[in-house]
Design a protein. Structure first.
Length: 180
């Protein structure tokens, strides 16, 4: 079946496959982020969100062990950034693109990617030197998703999707947000 944008197909087994671009707009409603540009990375196992910790590094002394205070990415030029206190669910050691191992806090939040709405685990890191503030790894992608490496933004505008589904944006469980 086609969703009108030409990005849904049936696989050989009859299951519907959603075709997405290697870069898409996503919504993280619990974090108050309605339109964030994300890169799909099927080579990465975990997903990552660019944040700036309010203290240098992720040491236990900078967190209370259960939450961390961070500045979230802006949703575009001229848009205010937000500070949030996020509930830490776990800590992971992740190998970055340079081969270095980094210990990162993990949160759980909702992800909206086109028609897909699911709960994901997300590591927090400073991606300030990267082009896209969010990286979506394979564990966040549904098995019925096909990433087209030659296309971007196949799913269209996420803000319209957020309105259509009347998503409550901001202030999810374990999250306190304020604009800065």
């Amino acid at each position: 079946m086609d969703d009108g944008a030409g990005n849904a197909r049936r696989s050989a087994g009859g299951a519907e496959t959603l075709c997405i671009g290697w870069v898409e707009h996503v919504v993280l409603p619990e974090l108050g982020l309605r339109r964030l540009t994300a890169k799909m990375d099927t080579g990465a196992r975990t997903s990552a969100l660019h944040v700036i910790p309010e203290h240098s590094g992720w040491g236990e002394s900078q967190t209370d062990g259960r939450t961390v205070l961070v500045t979230l990415p802006s949703e575009g030029r001229g848009r205010p950034r937000q500070m949030a206190r996020l509930e830490i669910r776990d800590w992971l050691e992740v190998r970055d693109t340079s081969g270095r191992i980094e210990r990162r806090p993990v949160i759980e939040t909702d992800l909206v990617l086109g028609p897909l709405h699911r709960r994901i685990r997300l590591t927090l890191t400073n991606r300030g030197d990267m082009r896209y503030p969010m990286l979506i790894g394979r564990t966040a992608l549904h098995p019925g998703i096909l990433v087209d490496p030659g296309a971007r933004f196949l799913l269209g505008r996420q803000r319209l999707l957020a309105r259509r589904h009347r998503l409550k944006v901001g202030g999810g469980p374990g999250t306190k947000i304020r604009k800065i």
